[in-house]
Write a protein that binds this ligand. Structure first.
Ligand SMILES: C[S@@+](CC[C@H](N)C(=O)[O-])C[C@H]1O[C@@H](n2cnc3c(N)ncnc32)[C@H](O)[C@@H]1O
Length: 304
């Protein structure tokens, strides 16, 4: 559990500051502004990440999935998972999970609706203990498909691949996994170094992931079109403009065979593509991974 303290910046409060939210303190704002110095488009990128998440939720709801599990949910948003899913399917159920004390307090106050949502404490590195919680079981039927969201949380854990392997062993076929993650090889060396330095001085250091490592998180799953893409390019709903976007997103479904699979964990620690995954090929996936820094052509409004 990440205890509440105002003297040290932390990930969820930095994220909400960058998105225009209200729950942050001076160290969070200072850290966020140092991130903005390194990545001037960071607020637009954070919004694009959120919009990707909303599109993925809407698609899942339109495809008939009525259960949602938001792992590393962060502070409440203007449109939360149950708002987006519920607009498609009234009564769709959502369980929000986080390990940050302040996130849980705000979540319980603002997101809990009996019979519709629950906010539960949990560390995503131990999916089983999350899935066993009575409050979760009261809302989610794990014998039926669930959409599991891991958006913006991957860089905060050292071995996300192990989490994915563990998690999917508990999910029903047809369940959907939504992932977005900052990607180290879509940043310049200066951007990456500055970002790591800022987070190293917070309560929540990060472990940047390469594009190969992010794609590998979907190993063994059926990746939906268009594959792994920069978040603003994943099924865009309107004519998006954008500058360099270092966040990749993808959505996949769990095939029947994946339900019981327990494969060895793959690391996701390296800051550069492929460095920690010898011999691991993203078989069966359809990644759309532009070569680093080849950000053309962008439409009018390109931010830099
Ligand atoms: C950048 S925020 C992303 C919030 C939200 N998912 C979104 O897409 O806007 C990352 C969240 O993950 C949470 N988190 C990080 N590591 C975690 C862990 N091991 N277990 C549970 N939550 C975690 C943080 O507390 C934070 O709320």
């Amino acid at each position: 559990m990440v205890a509440f303290q105002t003297g040290l910046a932390n990930g969820p409060r930095i994220a909400t500051y960058l998105l225009g939210g209200k729950t942050h303190f001076a160290p969070d704002r200072e850290a966020a502004e140092r991130l903005r110095d390194a990545l001037p488009t960071i607020s637009a990128v954070a919004r694009a990440d959120r919009e990707f998440t909303e599109r993925a939720i809407r698609d899942a709801a339109e495809d008939g999935i009525t259960q949602f599990l938001d792992l590393g949910c962060g502070l409440p948003h203007p449109r939360n998972v149950h708002d987006v899913a519920g607009a498609v399917t009234p009564g769709a159920r959502t369980v929000y999970v986080d390990h940050d004390e302040l996130v849980l307090v705000h979540g319980r106050a603002m997101l809990e609706i009996p019979g519709v949502t629950a906010v539960v404490p949990g560390d995503i590195r131990d999916p089983q203990s999350i899935l066993e919680q009575p409050a979760l079981r009261a809302l989610l039927d794990l014998s039926q498909p669930v959409t599991v969201l891991l958006t913006g949380v991957v860089p905060f854990v050292e071995d996300p691949a192990a989490i994915l392997v563990n998690l999917r062993g508990h999910l029903a076929p047809g369940s959907r996994i939504v992932i977005s993650s900052a990607c180290s090889d879509l940043m310049t060396d200066d951007e990456l170094t500055a970002t790591q330095k800022v987070f190293a001085e917070t309560a929540t250091p990060i472990h940047p992931c390469s594009s190969d490592a992010i794609v590998a998180l979907f190993d063994g799953l059926d990746l939906l079109d268009p594959g792994v893409a920069k978040v603003h390019r994943w099924r865009p709903s309107h004519d998006l403009f954008f500058g360099p976007c270092p966040i990749l997103g993808g959505v996949a479904t769990l095939p029947a065979a994946a339900h019981t699979s327990r494969e060895p964990a793959l690391g996701c620690r390296s800051a550069r593509a492929g460095a920690d995954r010898p011999g691991v090929a993203p078989t069966g996936l359809r990644p759309i991974l532009p070569a680093p820094r080849q950000d053309t052509p962008f439409r009018a409004g390109d931010l830099r």
